[in-house]
Design a protein around this ligand. Structure first.
Ligand code: TXA
Ligand code: MG
Length: 506
């Protein structure tokens, strides 16, 4: 089938295109169109065959009911029975908008549309294109999200094309949607009323009219649970190709945990995708990082979520890890969809970060231009099972200095270089709880312990490895002595690397 694709401007709607869409719908054809939540795959809701075609195009099981979209409240009279007393208040407050309400259905609505249920889900979208399409198509348009079943819902016409081109009659391209996650589903056929799917109309907003409204999130988070109320919940949804895991903790812990995993996976030859925020995206050094928006702007996160998940299907990543986001307001809907996309794999950040004791290894010497510089560079050249920020500092550094010339010469003879490094003084900011400070001499250790009270892990390098002697400065001695210093340091660094790697495996 050749799919007609038409661009359409929400604020200057070309009615010829709308008429064409209307004719296709009335003939029982399929037209994808934008709504404020996600793109919908429209069909005549009162036509059984159109419902059948919808399931086929989506590859969706036919017991998963469709939402009937209407353009005005009068349209309800035809398709529902025994309306709940709060209907008008709800409609007045939330329609048109991102709220779907479940009612008892009338005989006019075919069971093919409702997946065999005696109830019908109805929504009145706000998007101007959607409203025109509904009217032109006869007033009752069923529209599931216009994605292949199991893929993220489409938030742009390009997403719809990826999944539906060649399978449906027409796609109306109205640009990006405004909200980005599907409507809230509210079941008014049960008492107390129940939210079956969170969306942009939040529980708090609904409580103003329905003080006893409950959320049936339990049925959402147990996809294989007993006969879920919204049948769509029992299927794996919104799933990206690579397995997704949500890491949950404070933003700092999440970054540490995901960095740690990305580093580990890279060592196993695996490629990791990372869903980050604009605040954290720059903090990752390994992996394909995509920012979903600013942490405090939940609306932008909702809008970008499905697009980012789809983008990862084009990257050949083996695993995806996502930071977690606030559950406030629309955040509940965001975490609900992300949870589904992850198949509910959620891991505490601390469970991961606890597996790595140190994240920074800081070598300290007197002037910081020789022993500690050499040690740090030697360690950087070791194969380590975990990622460390490896650096060196001096206790008496008045201004930045390059490496000691003899130290540099010796390193060069061994195929290493100290060029580009400059000395810097130790400051409190260099030492975190997960910093291992290794000094060359006993005196340096005591100085740090007394002057930097917050430093938890300060040892002499020798002490850490269980060796008796200090590592003394070779300053002013002939090059040969620097050679000996190099040998000793190199030896100790190999031991240190082994020790760190051993700890990493515990
Ligand atoms: O924002 C939206 O609601 C979008 C746009 C296109 O309007 N549509 C949408 O449709 O998300 P769909 O088919 O992808 O999701 C509809 C959900 C499914 O989980 C389905 O099981 C549930 O609504 N549903 C539909 N009719 C129902 C009914 N009678 N009782 C319980 N759940 C119902
Ligand atoms: Mg859907």
């Amino acid at each position: 089938m050749k799919t007609i694709i038409k661009k359409i401007d929400r604020y200057q709607i070309d009615m010829n295109i709308i008429r064409e869409a209307g004719q296709i719908l009335k003939r029982g054809g399929l037209v994808a169109f934008p709504t404020e939540t996600v793109y919908g795959l429209g069909a005549d809701a009162l036509n059984k065959d159109a419902a059948r075609k919808t399931y086929e195009a989506k590859g969706r099981p036919s017991d998963n009911p469709l939402i009937v979209h209407v353009a005005d409240i009068q349209a309800l009279d035809e398709i529902i029975q025994n309306p709940p007393p709060e209907l008008h208040e709800l409609a007045y407050r939330f329609w048109p908008g991102p709220l779907t309400i479940i009612f008892e259905k009338s005989a006019v609505v075919p069971l093919e549309t409702t997946g065999g249920l005696n109830t019908v889900a109805v929504r009145m979208p706000e998007d101007l294109i959607a409203r025109e399409v509904i009217i032109a198509g006869g007033g009752y348009i069923s529209a599931p999200s216009a994605n292949t079943s199991g893929r993220p819902s489409p938030t742009t016409a390009a997403h719809v094309m990826e999944d539906m081109e060649g399978k449906i009659d027409m796609i109306l391209d109205g640009g990006s949607v405004e909200i980005g996650v599907e409507s809230t589903i509210l079941d008014m056929t049960v008492r107390p009323p129940a939210i079956l799917r969170p969306g942009a109309v939040t529980r708090k907003m609904l409580r103003e009219i329905l003080p006893d409204v409950v959320s049936d999130e339990m049925r959402q988070i147990t996809p294989e649970g007993n006969s879920p109320k919204a049948p769509g919940m029992k299927y794996r949804h919104y799933a990206p190709k690579a397995p997704l895991t949500i890491i949950e903790g404070t933003p700092e812990e999440e970054v540490k945990a995901i960095r740690q995993i990305a580093y580990e996976q890279k060592r196993y030859g695996k490629k990791v995708g990372i869903i980050a925020t604009s605040e954290t995206a720059g903090k990752y050094s390994v992996g394909v990082v995509k920012s979903i928006g600013a942490r405090e702007n939940e609306k932008a996160i909702a809008r970008n979520l499905y697009g980012v998940l789809r983008d990862f299907d084009r990257e050949d990543v083996d695993y995806i890890y996502s930071e977690s986001f606030s559950r406030d307001g629309i955040g509940w809907a965001i975490m609900n969809r992300l949870g589904k996309a992850a198949g509910y794999r959620i891991v505490e950040a601390e469970e991961i970060t606890d597996r790595q004791q140190f994240r920074r290894i800081l070598f300290v010497s007197g002037s910081g231009n020789c022993r500690s510089l050499m040690a740090a560079e030697l360690l950087r050249n070791c194969e380590l099972l975990q990622e460390y920020d490896i650096c060196s500092r001096g206790l008496v550094v008045l201004f930045p200095e390059p490496a000691n010339a003899k130290a540099e010469e010796i390193m060069k003879q061994n195929g290493l270089s100290l060029s580009g490094y400059e000395t810097s003084p130790l400051t409190e900011a260099d030492i975190d709880d997960d910093t291992l400070v290794l000094t060359m001499e006993e005196g340096q250790k005591s100085k740090i312990r007394s002057e930097y009270g917050q430093a938890k892990h300060v040892l002499t390098f020798c002490e850490y490895l269980g060796e008796p002697e200090e590592i003394l400065s070779a300053y002013g001695l002939p090059l040969e002595q620097y050679g000996k210093l190099y040998k000793r340091l190199n030896n100790m660094i190999q031991k240190l690397a082994d020790k760190l790697n051993e700890e990493a495996q515990n």
